[in-house]
Ligand binder design. Structure first.
Ligand code: PLP
Length: 365
């Protein structure tokens, strides 16, 4: 695109929006990612022309040719963030420019066009403002925002990326992600499967990473565990992530999280916890943890807590670990004080009950 002309959104309001009573019924028990608001965002991209046809329109199905590229070659990626209703009534998001930057980093890896960061954030603002009555008021609930981009070129040629794309945002009211709140999860160490290898797409938030992960998640459940833990692709020894969340290891007063080697997804929650640790009197560093160190640390008592973090489930304690030839408990298996303190602090900033000293809160309305 040669002109730096700002996109303006065409607004088409729904004539079949749900009534207040219908909406309240959903908001009483929203689940996660089950029900969507009345509108959605769509922006199209054409090679040579750039981004065009930005619009807010009624939520509804897409009509796509069966030969559309995304169905065959999975050129697709997404983002995930939340809009929160704060104590004073304002609606905010948390670090949306960090999501915009990660969206573009993922686009580069998947040979897709970048979207200007301001347009990304404006699209979230427009949808959230339009559907603001869908932002839940119940404690701990939020409106989950799901931006994504798909390749829309029709044809089965595999030797080049699509020349056309569609960016969209949909929104869904959300209760807490794991039913049952801060109940610790049990994890399964996956040694038969790999999520990401060096040079692959592990750092991009692409749907293909999830498609390849379901079989391991199903194995974890068959082993009686809640979630899969991914290890490095080479030795299946060093810890990378838990399902769709990053991991932190607590050694007394020190947090250690696996370094971003290129095979991990760079979580914004992870980055926020690294930044706010000092505020809570904790040390924090990026490092490397093997499953042997994890088990030995729990057995000797130096490794006191482990938690997973991500936008959807915030901070979730890990209570026990199982692998093909080993199993152990972390601490006494209950949520530890450091995990709970970090969770409270993060939720406090997001819901406006704690000061936002890092300037992470972005007001929407
Ligand atoms: C989205 C995601 C995360 C968490 O990222 P946040 O920005 O903290 O929500 C971690 N791991 C994977 C694989 C993810 O897709």
């Amino acid at each position: 695109m040669t002109t730096a002309q700002k996109l303006s959104f065409d607004v088409q309001l729904s004539d079949h929006a749900r009534t207040a009573a219908e909406r309240e019924q959903v908001l009483a028990s929203p689940g996660f990612g089950q029900v969507f608001t009345d509108h959605m965002i769509s922006i199209d991209y054409t090679e040579g022309e750039g981004w065009h046809d930005a619009r807010l329109q009624p939520y509804g199905p897409l009509v796509l040719d069966p030969a559309t590229s995304v169905f065959h070659y999975a050129q697709e990626l997404f983002e995930g963030l939340k809009a929160y209703r704060q104590a004073n009534g304002s609606i905010v998001t948390f670090r949306p420019y960090a999501n915009a930057a990660r969206f573009n980093a993922s686009c580069l890896r998947m040979a897709m066009p970048e979207l200007p960061e301001d347009t990304f954030v404006e699209s979230l603002e427009l949808l959230t403002q339009t559907d603001r009555d869908w932002v839940p008021t119940s404690e701990g609930h939020s409106l989950y925002l799901r931006p994504f981009i798909i390749a829309t070129q029709v044809g089965l040629g595999v030797n080049y990326p699509s020349k056309t794309y569609k960016y969209m945002v949909i929104a869904s009211p959300a209760a807490s992600y794991f039913a049952g709140g801060v109940k610790p999860v049990s994890v399964w160490l996956s040694t038969d499967y790999t999520r990401a290898a060096p040079g692959g797409t592990g750092a991009a938030k692409c749907g293909g990473n999830y498609a390849a992960a379901f079989v391991a998640q199903r194995e974890a459940v068959a082993q009686g565990c809640d979630q899969v833990v991914w290890l490095d692709s080479h030795e299946h020894r060093y810890v990378e992530e838990m399902g769709g969340m990053n991991l932190f290891f607590v050694f007394g007063n020190k947090l250690v999280t696996p370094a971003l080697t290129g095979t991990l997804l760079p979580g914004i929650t992870r980055d926020s916890i690294l930044s706010m640790a000092a505020d809570l009197g904790l040390e924090a560093e990026e490092g490397r943890i093997s499953i042997e160190e994890w088990q030995a640390g729990c057995e000797s008592g130096t490794l006191t807590e482990v938690f997973a973090c991500g936008t959807a489930a915030v901070v979730t304690p890990v209570g026990s670990v199982k692998g093909a030839d080993r199993a152990w408990t972390i601490g006494d298996g209950t949520p530890g004080p450091v995990t709970l303190k970090i969770r409270e602090e993060l939720l406090g900033i997001q819901y406006g009950t704690r000061p936002d000293t890092h300037h992470w809160i972005h007001k929407i309305s």
